[in-house]
Design a protein around this ligand. Structure first.
Ligand code: HEM
Length: 540
């Protein structure tokens, strides 16, 4: 008798080799379909399972701002998936107002941004949230509101603009090519160190000394920006290799410089106190933070050397790069729009004549054949007519600077963390833990924000029928951010830029070096990748 072999009952059929492949295929297919279904309403670059849009983003990294312009022109809000997270980019003022003001508390810098930038910015104002941010904002706001600081700034900005003019005068005589961006960076670094920290560092002296701090600072800035799209940066940091190894070295150099500034300032304060000369204790921003730490007055741990280091570096990034970058793009715009440069020169010449009349001074004679001495005397005389109030009369200059910032905002994109799930006014859902970024570079180029000529450099758009400056909503013109974290240095930046540009555009003409490529570099600031090489000639 043949024994019957009972087969145990099973709900599944045993999988043969072929069945296994079919099953895997079906699982993958359904996963892809679910992924596609979940993205059906998403606007932006194509997203692949796991890697999201990383490949497209990496391929476009060098031109990322323009890559975003393309998508934001079509969609106003764009979502870019990355491994384990997604970035939402916004260009519609209604959404921007929601993020920067209406629901401000839901959009802090956030831990992702902080973890990327910590090595450079530490706990400084740009990288802080909550109480730490509020405390620094209060102290710094107090400084920026002071008339003393404003008057002192005007003197410093004038002095350094004249130094720059001296360097350009020599370059024009020698027919030398200059890198204008580099010169602007030197001028703004010297200025912020003097105004912000009370120290003279002299990078704009006529021999243009080697500036290892600035080089290390730029390298660090480029590398931390790269972290946003480099999924391997933590591994590199752990292994001390590649960009992260370079970052470590750069930060070491940056810190050496910064701590030396702090030591110098502290020593000066001690010396001033010992000699009983209270008036020598200057009220620059760094001194305010040092005092705060000493008194322990609600300082929240802001006075130790590491916090002071963070204060200094945050103000360097705020005050040096932004202003120098804007001055560089302005100069490029003036060179590529001769009609604008000429109109500006006419405004400056008329202003010079009027101010001289007001002050009852005779202008130093200075024609095309003037020697160096008369030229320098005339430039210095013109500079002496410039101050906070008189610069306010230069409406066309103000419009040219603002128009430059519309198209070339120094901070081209500015990401925020998301604390809780939210829905933006246009219906876009954003998830806690992700990031939402408003994009000033794109916003300035959108026809839905500025009309059909959005991409054209046209300063006149900022001037109304009565010839006065016409403001725009800060949620549409976002170069200085908006809401509770709006830039604290806006007025100071305009003061410095207008002081320098009034002098340079009145007395010089610029010509781009033939074949010099002008394009931005990917970092937190919109600086020019190859500098701005040009020839300069006197215009009297
Ligand atoms: C053209 C020049 C400038 C532009 C376009 C500009 C733009 C900006 C932007 C977009 C932010 C927001 C950044 C963020 O969210 O992290 C900001 C913040 C800030 N800016 Fe400026 N800035 C300029 C010049 C300056 C100058 C000269 C100073 C000071 C010396 C300054 C001080 C600050 C400070 C302290 C903050 C932080 C505000 C906060 O988080 O509460 N800025 N600026």
């Amino acid at each position: 008798m043949v024994e019957a072999h009972a087969t145990p009952a099973t709900p599944f059929l045993p999988l043969t080799g072929l069945h296994k492949y079919i099953a895997i295929f079906l699982v993958v297919l359904s996963w892809i379909l679910v992924h596609k279904w979940s993205l059906r309403k998403q606007k932006g670059p194509r997203s692949w399972p796991v890697i999201g849009a990383t490949v497209e983003q990496l391929r476009n990294y060098h031109r990322m701002h323009d890559w975003l312009v393309g998508y934001l022109a079509k969609h106003r809000t764009v979502t870019v998936d990355m491994p384990f997270t997604s970035y939402t980019y916004i260009a519609d003022p209604v959404n921007v107002e929601h993020v920067l003001k209406t629901n401000f508390t839901n959009y802090p810098k956030g831990h992702v941004y902080r973890s990327y930038m910590d090595v450079l910015l530490g706990d400084g104002i740009f990288n802080a949230d909550g109480e730490l941010w509020r405390k620094q904002r209060k102290t710094a706001s107090f400084e920026f509101a002071s008339k003393n600081l404003r008057d002192f700034s005007a003197i410093v900005f004038r002095e350094y603009s004249l130094k720059l003019s001296g360097i350009l005068s020599q370059a024009s005589k020698a027919g030398k090519v200059v890198d204008m961006q580099e010169l602007y960076m030197r001028m703004t670094l010297d200025s912020i160190c003097k105004v912000g920290f009370g120290v003279e560092i002299g990078t704009l002296s006529p021999d243009l000394p080697e500036n290892s701090f600035a080089q290390a600072f730029d390298a660090a800035n480029i590398i931390v920006t790269l972290r946003f799209i480099d999924p391997l940066w933590r591994v590199k940091r752990f292994l001390h290799v590649g960009s992260e190894a370079l970052l470590e070295q750069s930060i070491k150099l940056v810190d050496e410089f910064t701590y030396s500034v702090i030591r110098r300032r502290k020593a000066e304060i001690v010396e001033a106190r010992a000699s009983g000369k209270q008036e020598k204790i200057k009220h620059d921003i760094l001194s305010r933070f040092i005092e705060l730490g000493e008194t322990g007055e609600d300082s929240g741990g802001l006075g130790d050397d590491k916090s002071l280091r963070d204060v200094v570096l945050n103000f360097v990034i705020a005050g040096r790069d932004t202003t120098a970058t804007t001055l560089s793009w302005f100069t490029y715009m003036a060179m590529s729009h001769p009609d604008v440069a000429e109109k500006l020169r006419r405004e400056l010449c008329a202003f010079e004549a009027e101010r001289a009349r007001e002050e009852g001074v005779a202008l130093v004679p200075c024609g095309p054949d003037a020697d160096d001495k008369s030229f320098a005397a005339r430039v210095a005389q013109f500079a002496s007519l410039l101050n906070y109030d008189s610069l306010g009369k230069l409406v066309y200059l103000h419009a040219c600077v603002t128009e430059t910032l519309r198209l070339y905002p120094a901070v081209p994109q500015d990401p925020k963390g998301i604390l809780e799930d939210d829905v933006l006014p246009d219906g876009t859902k954003v998830r806690a833990g992700g990031m939402v970024t408003y994009v000033p570079y794109s916003m300035g180029r959108m026809e839905y924000n500025w009309g059909a000529d959005a991409a054209t450099f046209r300063p006149e758009r900022w001037i109304n029928e009565d010839g006065a400056f016409r403001n725009a909503s800060p949620f549409k013109f976002t170069a200085f951010q908006a809401g509770p974290r709006i830039c604290l240095g806006k007025d100071s930046a305009y003061l410095q830029m207008k002081m320098a540009l009034a002098i340079l555009c009145r007395f010089y003409r610029f010509q781009l070096l033939e074949g010099h490529p002008v394009e931005y570099r990917m970092m937190t600031i919109l600086s020019m990748a190859h500098g701005l090489k040009l020839r300069v000639s006197k215009a009297v």
